[in-house]
Design a protein around this ligand. Structure first.
Ligand SMILES: *[C@@H]1O[C@H](CO)[C@@H](O)[C@H](O)[C@H]1NC(C)=O
Ligand SMILES: *[C@@H]1O[C@H](CO)[C@@H](O)[C@H](O)[C@H]1NC(C)=O
Length: 368
């Protein structure tokens, strides 16, 4: 007997070992029997990691022969007839009817991928192969922990979302509120995209309008896709805008003073008289704060113009951990129509230790 270490001989040796006697007994009769053949082609399988997979081998006229399952990559014999020959507890074989042999792999691992062979120990040996591919749904590696970043306005930020899976997942980014992402490639070049592709999303000179929740989504067509939410907080000192710097009305009228504040983190806002006396809500004064967006608040002071003492300067003030700012509105009686003059920015700002004045040019308008 010529022994070369091919799959076939490997198989035959193993078979003789296990089925001593049986094989020899039938050997003499095999010439009178129709030769075995495959009844169908074995199908390639793609399966999601952790699920089960089965190869089915249909053999006609098996006669005295035996069916074995072999991992073609390493020539390991997995099973023979109805016995599993490896110590892989996830494997089982089933001989369900006269013609059908099934190799079942439970809880498939990535390492199970490869080419599987169904072999018949006839002479010549017969075999057919099919491959098992194991795909893995995407997973986002959470090395950076917290889903929130704080960046001073004008600063730089990198959001990173590394994903694994098989095939390698595609990572895309979008804003939760549906607004575009601004990609700056050069000093002047910028591009707006609704979806950005790549593991790292970089902000150069971030602006307040880029503040919000960003979602990175990893997908490789193996369900389920996964996403991660990162909140980008841009910090800046309060800026106050006063549209009507001069407001008036007859004695006895109800007056509303109006300021817009942009600040992040959320500021503490209050109103004061020009003297610095803080206004507290009571029968005479009522205050309102309306959120316009995540960093913009509209401040309103409602008051009754009941005496000459109510005339003069009112300040809306805003303060957060980065700095503070105030805007001034002048109230005069005897003026019926709202003034539309002097719209713009009137603000004093102190940012951190560096104290500076942005613009405090309130035009003094005289009323005739
Ligand atoms: C199985 O995949 C191999 C490549 O891996 C291919 O050559 C073969 O034709 C496929 N068989 C079937 C039945 O699709
Ligand atoms: C002023 O507002 C109060 C309620 O806030 C109301 O009762 C009063 O009638 C208003 N006066 C004028 C002149 O509109």
């Amino acid at each position: 007997m010529v022994v070369d270490m091919t799959t076939a001989s490997f198989f035959l040796l193993a078979l003789l070992h296990i089925l001593t006697g049986i094989d020899g007994q039938h050997h003499h009769n095999s010439a009178n029997m129709p030769a075995p053949s495959f009844g169908s082609t074995m199908e390639n399988i793609t399966v999601i990691n952790g699920r089960d997979a089965s190869f089915t081998c249909v053999v006609l006229n098996i006669g005295p022969h035996r069916v074995a399952w072999i991992k073609a990559d390493d020539k390991g014999i997995l099973a023979m007839h109805d016995r599993v020959l490896t110590n892989n507890a996830r494997l089982s074989v089933l001989h369900s009817d006269l013609h059908t042999w099934t190799l079942h792999i439970r809880d498939v691992h990535r390492s199970d991928r490869g080419v599987y062979m169904c072999q018949i120990n006839s002479d010549p040996m017969l075999s057919q192969t099919a491959s098992l591919e194991v795909v893995v749904p995407p997973d986002i590696l959470n090395e950076e922990g917290g889903g929130e970043v704080l960046i001073p306005e004008g600063g730089m930020a990198r959001l990173s979302c590394k994903a694994k899976g098989f095939p390698q997942p595609r990572v895309t980014w979008r804003r939760e509120d549906g607004q575009d992402i601004v990609i700056r490639s050069g000093a002047l070049q910028k591009q707006r995209v609704s979806i950005f592709e790549g593991e790292v999303l970089t902000f150069h000179k971030i602006t307040r309008s880029e503040m919000g929740a960003y979602l990175c989504i990893a997908s490789n067509n193996v369900p389920p896709s996964v996403s991660r939410r990162i909140v980008v907080n841009v910090h800046f000192y309060p800026i106050i805008q006063v549209h009507n710097q001069l407001v008036g009305g007859p004695l006895g009228s109800n007056i509303t003073l109006d300021c817009m504040v942009e600040a992040s983190p959320k500021p503490i806002n209050y109103w004061a008289r020009e003297s610095g006396e803080i206004i507290i809500p009571n029968d005479k004064y009522r205050m309102e704060e309306l959120d316009v967006n995540t960093y913009t608040t509209r401040l309103r002071l409602h008051l009754k113009l009941s005496s000459n003492a109510d005339e003069g300067g009112y300040k809306c003030c805003s303060k957060n951990s980065i700095g503070d700012s105030e805007g001034t509105i002048t109230l005069q009686k005897g003026w019926r129509r709202k003034n539309r003059l002097g719209g713009g920015l009137t603000t004093t700002t102190r940012a951190g230790l560096k104290s500076w004045t942005a613009s405090m040019t309130l035009t003094v308008l005289r009323w005739r």
